[in-house]
Design a protein around this ligand. Structure first.
Ligand code: GTP
Ligand code: MG
Length: 403
């Protein structure tokens, strides 16, 4: 019998991936990621564990948020091998139940959508890939209002919302990383199958590694006759990035932005990765965000694209960025629709700043105009103190050096 990928089995049994991994850990089965394959014997064992748990009081279906599509297949699974198997099955089952209880306690903060940055060499097809996803995945909304091109957008997928950021042009990722505010949860490195690794590919990989953001490789332009995905994989190996099929843990997905081939798989890998990272943010918490890009529009004035990371933004809120503040006059989502509020993992375009904010700057909110001014005054005075201290230091140094 053939091997089965971990996430495929999880899906079939209606388990969330982290829980499936807990069961595997409980059984002492080693794996690299949820896309690793497991042996048929182990698969049977896991089916049995899940079966037993369900029989023992519906533990899985009662507490798991995943729907139990249970399991004609699981029920039909051969009712299993040796007694040794049954023992470990019971042990594994216990582990899984415990984990579910712990998860339930820790899960008061709701999940948020993953933020995915698309990076790679010029012309390797980053924007085309996003265009393909956008066309098929963004619910059509009437564009209007203050909408402009936004380098970030939300896509609805079968696995829920995913937020994408296209990096070229504003090079948001570089500046954002330089300022220590990581917006990306996952980086997709796009590599053209006919071109393989190029200087900016290596740069993009280095950025993702420095920011400690998990990477997924999309080998694009697979529709071209000269596409050579094997060369891409070999070249990656030379950077010590070893694709899964070569025994490493790098996820590599062949795609075509032109035909759409592989795009569904890519979205699937993104959701799997996000699920493993267990991304959460509190919409009721204190607001925190990051500037993705800022610009001046001739008609509208200063426009800022902000990624909401924590809390919720409302039209009328006061925002502070560096030593500037603004009041949100209008807000649009990435499809150009006017919105009144925006929760975590939402990129929004905001009208209301008087100065153009810089990519990567952190955004906070203030109760009212007075509070916003106070925050800014505090920052300005801190900055002046730091500047004075620097001048002092320089003077002291000069004094020490003598005339
Ligand atoms: P920059 O933003 O300039 O870095 O480029 P990019 O990576 O966003 O590339 P873009 O999407 O603009 O695509 C560059 C060229 O490659 C365009 O002419 C696309 O039509 C073409 N292209 C992109 N994806 C594919 C693909 O999957 N197959 C084929 N045949 N052509 C593609
Ligand atoms: Mg582009």
């Amino acid at each position: 019998m053939s091997k089965v990928r971990i996430y495929t089995l999880a899906k079939e049994l209606g388990l969330e991936n982290p829980k499936m991994l807990e069961i595997l850990d409980g059984l002492g089965v080693s794996y690299k990621s949820v896309s690793s394959t497991i042996e048929e014997d182990t698969v049977e064992l896991i089916r049995q564990i899940v079966d037993e748990e369900n029989a023992a009081g519906g533990g899985t279906s009662a507490q798991s948020s995943a729907p139990i599509t249970q399991s004609d297949e699981a029920a039909a699974a051969p009712s299993a091998p040796a007694s040794q198997g049954t023992q470990s099955a019971a042990a594994g089952g216990q582990t899984a139940t415990q984990t579910r209880q712990e998860t339930a306690a820790a899960s008061e903060v709701p999940h948020r959508a993953p933020v995915v940055t698309i990076m790679g060499h010029v012309d390797h097809g980053k924007t085309s890939l996003l265009d393909y996803i956008r066309k098929t995945r963004v619910a059509a909304k009437e564009a209007g209002g203050i909408t402009q091109h936004v380098g970030a957008f939300e896509a609805q997928t079968s696995k829920g919302k995913i937020v994408f950021i296209d990096t070229p042009g504003h090079e948001a990722f570089t500046t954002i990383r330089a300022r220590g505010a990581n917006v990306a949860d996952i980086a997709i490195i796009v590599i053209a199958a006919d071109d393989s690794l190029m200087p900016q590919t290596r740069e993009a990989i280095a950025h993702a590694q420095a920011a400690k953001v998990p990477m997924i490789i999309a080998i694009n332009k697979m529709d071209l006759p000269q596409a050579n995905p094997d060369k891409v994989k070999t070249d990656l190996t030379q950077l010590n990035l070893v694709p899964e099929e070569y025994g490493g843990d790098l996820i590599v997905v062949p795609v075509s932005a032109k035909t759409g081939e592989g795009v569904e798989d890519l979205l699937e890998y993104i959701s799997l990765n996000a699920e493993l990272e267990d991304l959460r943010a509190d919409p009721k918490g204190k607001f925190a965000g990051v500037i993705i890009e800022g610009k001046v529009d001739k008609q509208a004035g200063v426009l800022a694209t902000v990624m909401v990371q924590e809390g919720t933004l409302h039209v009328g809120d006061f925002l502070v960025v560096g030593e500037n503040y603004g009041k949100i006059k209008a807000m649009t989502d990435s499809a150009g629709a006017r919105i009144k509020e925006a929760g975590p993992s939402t990129p929004v375009q905001i009208l209301g700043f008087s100065e153009v904010p810089t990519s990567g700057e952190k955004v906070s909110s203030a109760k009212n105009e007075h509070a916003a001014r106070e925050v800014i005054a505090g920052r300005a005075s801190d900055r002046r103190d730091a500047e004075n201290a620097q001048v002092q230091r320089k003077l002291t140094l000069e004094e020490m050096m003598g005339p």
